[in-house]
Design a protein around this ligand. Structure first.
Ligand code: NDP
Length: 290
C-alpha cells in the first residue's frame, strides 16, 4: 500500500488502540512492548512483531511511543540510543513540560527529532477524528507526519516548544481530576444520605454544564487581573464552602477535599480579598506558597 509505515512502542490500552487504528487505516505497523505477550492480539490482527527494540526502531522512520512516562522512554531507549538517528519520535506519553523539553534535546543529541503529543482521548476514542491530540515540536516534522497522526485523533499543532503539548495536556488534566474528584465526593455524600449516584446524576450534570458559562465570564477578568466582586465575593464563598464542609462531616464522609478548598478561600480572605470575587484566589495561587 501507499500508507506510511509506523512503529508503535508501548502496548498498554492506548498503544494497542493506536496500533489497531493504524492497521484499520491501512498503515503497516511494527510493534514492540517490554512485556512481549501484550503484543499478541495486535500481531494476530496484522501488526508485525519486532524481536528487539533496535529492530522496532530500525523498521520505520516514524516511531510512536505510548509509555507511562518519560522515565519509561529512557529505560527503553537509553541502551539503544544510537538507533534513534534519523527517527521521528512521537512521544504520546504523559509527563511534565520540563521532561518533554529535556527528552526532545536528548533525542536530538542522538540524531532523531521529537514531536510531543498530549492525547485528549481514552483508548475507546482512538481512531475518532472528533477526539483531539495536542502536538508541539518542529513544524516541518509535524507537517510531514500530520496525515498519519490524524489516523489516531484530530491533530492540534500548537507550536515549536516541545514542552507546549505536555503543558496543555497537564492543564486539561488539572481541570479533569479536580472536577471529577469533586463530583465523586458529592456523589459519596449523596449516597451516605440514601440518594443513589444515578438519582443525583441529572443534578450533577446540570451543575457541570453550568461551568462553561462561568468560565467564559471569568477568563477575560483573570487576564485583566480584574476581580471585582460584583457577581460574588470571597466572604460569601467562605460561608458557602463551610456549609459544604459541615454537610460532608455530618454525613460521615471524609472532608479533606472541602477542607482544602476552605483553606484556600481563607488564605484569600487573609490576603485582603474578602470583598473580591473568588477569581482573586488566582493571587493566592500565584504567590506559589503552600
Ligand atoms: P500505561 O500508562 O500503563 O502504559 C503502559 C506502557 O508503558 C506499557 O507498554 C508498559 O510496558 C510501558 N512501560 C511502563 N514503564 C516501563 C518501563 N520502565 N520500561 C518499559 N516499559 C514501560 O497505559 P496507557 O496505555 O493507558 O497509557 C499510555 C500513556 O498515555 C500514559 O502516559 C497515559 O498517561 C497516556 N494517556 C492515557 C489515557 C488513557 O485513558 N488510558 C488517556 C490519555 C493519555 P509493559 O506492558 O511491559 O508493562
Amino acid at each position: 500500500g501507499d500508507k506510511q509505515a509506523v512503529t508503535v512502542i508501548g502496548l498498554g490500552p492506548m498503544g494497542q488502540a493506536m496500533t489497531r487504528a493504524f492497521l484499520a487505516a491501512g498503515h503497516p505497523v511494527t510493534v514492540w512492548n517490554r512485556t512481549a505477550s501484550r503484543a499478541d492480539e495486535v500481531v494476530a490482527e496484522g501488526a508485525v512483531r519486532a524481536d528487539s527494540i533496535e529492530a522496532a526502531l530500525a523498521a520505520n522512520e516514524l516511531v510512536v511511543l505510548s509509555l507511562t512516562d518519560y522515565a519509561a522512554m529512557y529505560a527503553l531507549l537509553e541502551p539503544v540510543a544510537a538507533a534513534l538517528a534519523g527517527r521521528v519520535v512521537v512521544n504520546l506519553g504523559s509527563d511534565t513540560p520540563e521532561q518533554a523539553r529535556k527528552a526532545a534535546e536528548w533525542v536530538g543529541r542522538h540524531g532523531g527529532r521529537q514531536l510531543t503529543g498530549g492525547v485528549q482521548s481514552p483508548p475507546s476514542g482512538i481512531g475518532s477524528p472528533e477526539m483531539s491530540t495536542f502536538y508541539s515540536g518542529p513544524a516541518d516534522v509535524f507537517e510531514a507526519h500530520r496525515d498519519t497522526l490524524a489516523v489516531l485523533t484530530g491533530t492540534d499543532y500548537r507550536g515549536a516548544d516541545p514542552g507546549l503539548a505536555a503543558l496543555l495536556y497537564q492543564l486539561q488534566m488539572d481541570i479533569f481530576w479536580t472536577s471529577m474528584l469533586s463530583a465523586v465526593h458529592a456523589l459519596t455524600v449523596a449516597r451516605a444520605n440514601g440518594i443513589s449516584a444515578e438519582e443525583f446524576l441529572p443534578y450533577a450534570s446540570s451543575t457541570a454544564a453550568s461551568v462553561p458559562d462561568f468560565l467564559a465570564f471569568c477568563a477575560p477578568r483573570l487576564d485583566a487581573d480584574d476581580h471585582t466582586g460584583d457577581m460574588d465575593n470571597l466572604a460569601m464563598g467562605v460561608a458557602s464552602v463551610e456549609h459544604v464542609l459541615h454537610t460532608t462531616r455530618d454525613s460521615g464522609v471524609d472532608a479533606a477535599l472541602p477542607a482544602a478548598v476552605l483553606e484556600i478561600f481563607r488564605r484569600g480572605i487573609a490576603a485582603g480579598h474578602g470583598k473580591d470575587s473568588f477569581t482573586s484566589l488566582t493571587e493566592v495561587f500565584r504567590s506559589g506558597r503552600g
